[in-house]
Design a protein around this ligand. Structure first.
Ligand code: ARG
Length: 456
């Protein structure tokens, strides 16, 4: 491939080791888009004529169509997507093709391609994230009346609505979407024109080229621009965190689907059987998603480790950015898609969640709050209820079964309306502060998200 100073061909092993076309071919559309814009820049500065620019464009679009039809033959000898496309173009259109790489290096080219690629993929991930949020909201709405215990330390804490629990994930995903939008803003500047590391003596109108490519601006330091992969690291982090949120939800789903909880049932289409135990219905989708989050975190770590010791500017190590990037993008898109489908087929088992929520101890805090409303300082109220709990456990009776007189032995502040506090609907409705799970609040959030997701 390299003529000029080399007298020996590249060793076959080195070729095999260094080729990236087996994976970076995926950048073809962005590479071609970048080259078409670059050719326009060359035309504007008089390096190529309009006819030559048109020939370049036609040739590139033809190559693109061939790639998409599966008719393009990639060559590992040509190392990467950039050289495969450029060399085929030059073979076909001659001298005009040989001018395309003027004032450009693969270093600024690849940095530009990857940014364009990330920009498009962020949009795709955002769409899948929204669909996942919509699925959660739909499931929350179907189970809007289901009451369940909320947990801390995986111990029953206080009553919540099942819908409130699901909406917690909608909030997480909204932050994930915000982060992705933010990453997109930061990466949308064009490195092209930075050359290998020090720009070029052939001055191209970078702002004009950037405009052609929909970039918001151009990078301001050529050395930074060819070596910066912050934007990849950022995207990998955003994806890892998104995957981590799905992993937490997976864990909830796995617990809920167990016989011990029995809070939900998953559709047959989203579970698998066992090759040995005929009764099994396993939540594999959730388990796989929990497992894949390890891979997403690994991809982030892999890139950070690659970057950490690199001297300025471009180093071939940077070629190692792509496989983790592609893998994380593929993984998260599929995880979101399959998870959304599974959530749509997920049903809450109200009887089971209600039975778990009927544990009277869930309302211990409500009783303490009741005492506070009757003038008892909270710390003291906490202690009173603690003793009351010990009493009910010892007597094997529930809060409902105690008489007012018994309550009053623990505190004079208990009145006849104590028993009101112990009603689940009262307890839930009372949690009406912003962000708390009263049915009215939860309904309000469902409406809010429905509107937000439909863009109104
Ligand atoms: N395939 C290379 C990469 O992904 C393209 C840039 C190569 N540049 C170079 N000077 N060898 O990083």
């Amino acid at each position: 491939m390299w003529k000029g100073r080399f007298q020996q061909p590249t060793s076959a092993l080195v070729q095999r080791y260094g080729q990236s076309v087996s994976f970076d071919w995926r950048l073809y559309a962005h590479d071609i888009r970048g080259s078409i814009a670059h050719a326009k820049g060359l035309e504007k500065m008089g390096i190529v004529t309009t006819e030559e620019r048109e020939a370049i464009e036609r040739g590139l679009l033809e190559i693109k169509a061939e790639i998409e039809a599966g008719n393009f033959s990639w060559s590992q000898e040509l190392e990467d997507v950039h050289m495969n496309i450029e060399s085929t173009l030059t073979k076909r259109i001659g001298p005009a093709g040989a001018k395309l790489h003027t004032a450009r290096s693969r270093n600024d080219q690849v940095a530009t391609d990857v940014r364009l690629y990330c920009r498009d993929e962020i949009d795709a991930i955002l769409q899948f994230t929204q669909a996942m949020q919509a699925a959660l909201i739909e499931c929350a709405e179907r189970g809007a009346d289901a009451v369940m215990p909320g947990y801390t330390h995986l111990q029953r804490g206080q009553p919540v609505l099942f819908a409130h629990h699901l909406l917690a994930y909608v909030e997480m995903l909204a932050r994930d979407a915000d982060r992705l939008q933010d990453a997109k803003k930061r990466l949308n500047v064009m490195p092209l024109g930075s050359g290998a590391l020090a720009g070029s003596t052939l001055i191209i109108d970078r702002e004009f080229v950037a405009q052609q490519l929909g970039f918001d601006g151009v990078t301001q330091n050529s050395m930074d621009a060819v070596s910066d992969r912050d934007f990849v690291a950022e995207l990998l982090f955003d994806i890892a965190l998104l995957g981590l949120h799905l992993s937490r939800l997976s864990e909830d789903v796995i617990l809920w689907a167990s016989a011990e909880f029995g809070f939900i049932s998953l559709s047959d289409a989203h579970t698998t059987g066992s090759s040995l135990m005929p009764q099994k219905k396993n939540p594999d989708v959730a388990e796989l998603t929990r497992g894949k989050s390890g891979r997403l975190i690994g991809n982030l770590m892999s890139l950070l480790t690659t970057l950490k010791g690199l001297p300025m500017t471009y180093n071939r190590d940077l070629q190692e950015d792509k496989e983790p990037l592609f893998d994380s993008i593929d993984t998260i898109k599929l995880a979101l898609e399959v998870f959304a489908e599974m959530v749509c087929g997920m049903d809450v088992n109200r009887a089971k969640t209600a039975a778990a929520a009927s544990d009277p101890l869930l309302l211990a805090t409500d009783l303490a709050d009741y005492l506070v409303k009757n003038g008892v300082p909270f710390r003291q109220a906490h202690e009173v209820i603690g003793k009351l709990v010990a009493h009910t456990i010892k007597e094997q009776r529930s809060f409902h079964e105690l008489s007012l007189e018994e309550y009053q032995q623990f505190s004079e502040a208990f009145q006849a309306d104590t028993f009101e506090v112990l009603k689940m609907d009262v307890a839930l409705a009372a949690r009406k502060g912003i962000g708390a799970p009263s049915p009215a609040n939860v309904a309000g959030r469902i409406t809010h998200w429905r509107k937000a997701l439909s863009g109104n």
